[in-house]
Design a protein around this ligand. Structure first.
Ligand code: SF4
Length: 387
């Protein structure tokens, strides 16, 4: 067949892994995965809906191909827009949601079958322009994770759970990726063993809320111990923890398991209790600080990183300062700092009192400068300690 496919990925590590899964499935079906869009016959956009900016970029890139390639929209935007994506851009030939990525080779096959056929008597050429969308499934078949296709020769992302049931008020993930589902621990271990057999020595376990992992009697901490015991694995970490489910046992696992990286990414989002409540995060700033305190006591010298959203609707100057104060007090090694972006269909979209763009930018810059100084100071301190 020899058709070449270029996959362009936006968003989080979960999408990075999904793109590998899609690449593995397409390779198995006889397609070639191309490193650039130039030589590709098909361009697949694996998209993110978490921020409007990322969506705008995808629409503009799709528009730039002007019918020269077969274009597929997959991932979170596909689930969000479904068949409406075809109205938004006529260049798109197929739309496939995150739970249906296993169907992409079949969908693409059908598109290629009809493409290039000449219209028969009475047919409009437009009838031959097939458009397919798949966004109905609720689960992914386990086999998709076992194609053995990884972009990196040394490191693999391994999904341990899909979806999310937390419904943070600003977030589209529960709507586009469905409720939290856990993979079986034996399947996760088998996938990692397969990756090790290919020479991979480092692994990142992925989930929207890894601490909530549960497969029968195997909870997250037991899974960590099982992964640590795999022969041939040199190092692993996990991403992302949720403060409402993070616990002392997982901090002890970070301390005790020799292959587990001494690092914790624990999204704070805001230092104001009122904003945390509006965000539906399920913890208070004080509880977050207590967790951090335990982490630092247990994992001596462990790295700590976070996510913060500034300019959430109705956030006052005083509440923003509370976040800044918490950042100063906690001294994160690094932080992903975002300006709030309203997402259609979320609860936060209904909260009146969106802040002006200028105000969000001002707060974003302020906290960015603050965090930069802290990160620099901590890096300096660590490099001195190493000498
Ligand atoms: S925990 Fe909250 S922010 Fe994270 S994916 Fe789930 S709903 Fe979104």
């Amino acid at each position: 067949m020899n058709k070449k496919v270029f996959i362009r990925t936006f968003g989080c590590q979960m999408n990075e892994r999904d793109s590998e899964v899609i690449g593995g499935l397409l390779k198995k079906s006889g397609y070639q995965i191309s490193a650039t869009d130039k030589e590709a016959d098909v361009i697949i956009f694996n998209t993110c809906s978490v921020r409007k900016h990322a969506e705008d970029r995808v629409w503009s890139l799709i528009g730039s191909y002007k019918g020269s390639k077969i274009i597929g929209l997959v991932g979170c935007m596909a689930q969000n827009y479904k068949e409406k994506a075809f109205e938004r851009d006529a260049n798109i030939s197929f739309v496939v949601g995150p739970q249906d990525i296993d169907k992409i080779p079949e969908v693409l096959g059908k598109i290629l079958e009809t493409r290039g056929q000449s219209p028969k008597n009475g047919d409009s050429p437009l009838l031959l322009e097939r458009k397919i969308w798949e966004a109905d499934s609720s689960i992914r078949p386990e086999e998709i994770y076992h194609t053995g296709f990884y972009q990196d020769k040394n490191h693999a992302y391994v999904v341990i759970s899909e979806g999310c049931s937390n419904f943070c008020s600003y977030c589209v993930v529960p709507y586009v990726r469905g409720p939290l589902r856990h993979r079986k621990s034996k399947d996760i271990l088998a996938e990692i063993q397969g990756a090790i057999a290919q020479g991979i020595t480092r692994v990142t376990l992925l989930g929207q809320n890894v601490n909530a992992y549960l497969d029968g009697k195997i909870n997250f901490n037991k899974l960590l111990a099982q992964v640590n015991g795999l022969t041939g694995l040199k190092e692993f970490d996990f991403f992302t923890s949720h403060p409402k489910d993070a616990n002392i046992d997982s901090f002890k696992a970070i301390r005790d398991l020799d292959k587990l990286v001494k690092r914790l990414h624990l999204p704070l989002q805001s230092g104001s209790d009122r904003i945390l409540k509006l965000m539906n995060r399920g913890y208070l700033a004080k509880e977050y600080l207590e967790l951090i305190d335990s982490y630092r006591k247990i994992v001596k010298g462990g790295l700590l990183t976070t996510d913060i959203i500034v300019g959430f609707p109705t956030e006052t100057e005083k509440e923003f300062k509370e976040t800044c104060n918490l950042v100063k007090e906690t001294e994160f090694n690094a932080a992903y700092l975002f300006k709030y972006s309203s997402r259609p269909g979320t609860q936060a979209e209904k909260i009146a009192g969106d802040l002006s763009r200028e105000e969000k930018e001002k707060r974003h810059k302020q906290i960015l400068d603050l965090q930069r100084d802290i990160s620099k100071k901590l890096r300096h301190k660590r490099s001195h300690e190493k000498k």
